[in-house]
Design a protein around this ligand. Structure first.
Ligand SMILES: [Zn+2]
Length: 421
């Protein structure tokens, strides 16, 4: 998981911080789910249909943003799939757009946090109002419902009800305060059998077009400051809910009687929705960009893979001498062609690939061996962003090697090494 978060950090570092952040949660109200169930069935009995429909909705969302450019030209998009405690899937996504949402007017054009009811109580779009009341109202908490799960020390952890605000503002901490006018507009929602009167302060920010298209909880937020980006990435990669447990065992005849397999099965929580999602090999992540991770090492410090049956020191030495790494292969390419590329620029022009070569084994027999190499790139299936692994300055030699790799072109590093010799 942390590797993925570093990947996203690299994308943001090289292509700019995100413009928007969204969350979409699977709904069991989809017409497509009802249409595909047998009579008398409920959504919880057809997890397969629920997951498949949500996967199609996610694909549709990506198509709308990436191909139909509903928010303007897209630079990158990245999403992560998570599962709620009760099982339904949801995604968090970040996107960077060419048209930044850097003024209150631009934010208002894309995000709304008010009930779609006019001042004279006129409703222009009843379908939108129905969806907002069904999906985009924060579940009653605070004075309405002090025992709500979002309440901590007498306050809602999500900050509801939000403050009144006549115009959208971007505060100095980097958070956007959306327009929620105190204009007397009210509506009634039903929650756990009770009626609650709500106003604009209870509305979760949404995009009207997307809400009507997706017909589920789809929250959209503006990302304005770099500080919110760090919070956001941490939130996106927090992983599923975890619990810390302590096991108290009853001693048996021979001391502690621990049934480890049972303890593991009892302690692990995997919902049916999550299991089905993984069995169906639906993606847990998606990115418009491929991230090529580049390792590096000091001289002789690269990884060597040995066959299980290799025992002779000579063979081990030979394999070690012939082993390569992305960095060593990069030096080789530069020796032959003098590309003058930075290490991190290699994936833009070359692909890390495998080829079969014929070699003689210890008995002088010709055998086929697979070797890794940098192959000249013909096309991009996806745009590539590269990331050199980080290292602590405590590892002085490696740290400065990494610094050299990011600053100097390959040929220069070799020249510099030669001069030192
Ligand atoms: Zn709350």
């Amino acid at each position: 998981m942390s590797e993925k978060s570093y990947d996203l950090m690299s994308i943001a570092q090289q292509l700019g911080k995100p413009t928007g952040f969204g969350t979409m949660t699977c709904s069991t109200f989809y017409d497509e789910i009802k249409a595909n169930m047998f009579p008398g069935q409920s959504a919880w009995q057809r997890i397969d249909i629920v997951n498949r429909i949500f996967k199609l909705k996610v694909d549709f969302l990506i198509e709308e943003i990436k191909d139909k450019c509903i928010f303007g030209k897209l630079i990158y998009l990245y999403y992560v799939v998570e599962f709620q405690k009760r099982g339904l899937a949801h995604i968090h996504w970040v996107m960077n757009l060419e048209n930044k949402w850097d003024t209150p007017e631009k934010v208002d054009r894309n995000i709304c946090a008010e009930l779609p009811i006019e001042l004279n109580n006129n409703v222009k779009d009843p379908i939108l109002l129905d969806h907002v009341l069904k999906f985009m109202i924060h579940a009653p908490c605070g004075d309405h419902n002090p025992n709500a799960p979002c309440m901590k020390d007498g306050k809602c952890i999500r900050g509801f009800p939000k403050p009144w605000c006549n115009d959208t503002k971007m505060d100095e901490k980097g958070f956007t305060v959306y327009k929620r006018r105190n204009n007397g507009v009210k509506a009634t929602i039903k929650y756990q059998g009770k009626n609650y009167e709500i106003d604009n302060r209870w509305v979760v920010p949404y995009n009207p077009y997307m809400l009507k298209k997706m017909k589920c909880h789809i929250n959209l937020e503006c990302v304005y400051s770099i500080m919110t980006v760090f919070y956001l990435f941490k939130y996106m990669f927090k992983g599923n809910d975890k619990a810390l447990m302590e096991w108290h065992t009853v001693s048996g005849e021979h001391g502690a009687d621990i049934n480890e397999p049972k303890a593991y099965v009892d302690g692990r929580y995997l919902s049916a929705h999550e299991s089905h999602w993984k069995l169906s090999e639906f993606p847990l992540f998606y990115s418009t960009h491929t991230v090529e991770r580049l390792g590096f090492h000091n001289e002789g410090g690269h990884t060597v893979a040995l066959d299980e049956d290799v025992s002779s020191d000579v063979l081990i030495q030979e394999k070690t001498d012939n082993a390569t790494s992305k960095l060593l292969a990069c030096f080789e390419v530069n020796n032959e062609k003098e590309t003058g590329l930075l290490y991190e620029e290699m994936p833009q022009h070359y692909v890390w690939d495998t080829k079969s070569v014929q070699v003689k084994d210890e008995n002088d027999k010709t055998v086929t061996k697979k070797v890794h190499y940098w192959k000249p790139r013909v096309k991009f299936t996806k745009p590539v962003v590269s990331r050199i692994y980080t290292i602590s300055p405590k590892h002085t030699e490696s740290f400065y090697l990494r610094t050299l790799l990011t600053e100097l072109h390959m040929k220069l590093i070799e020249k510099q090494q030669m001069q030192e010799v």
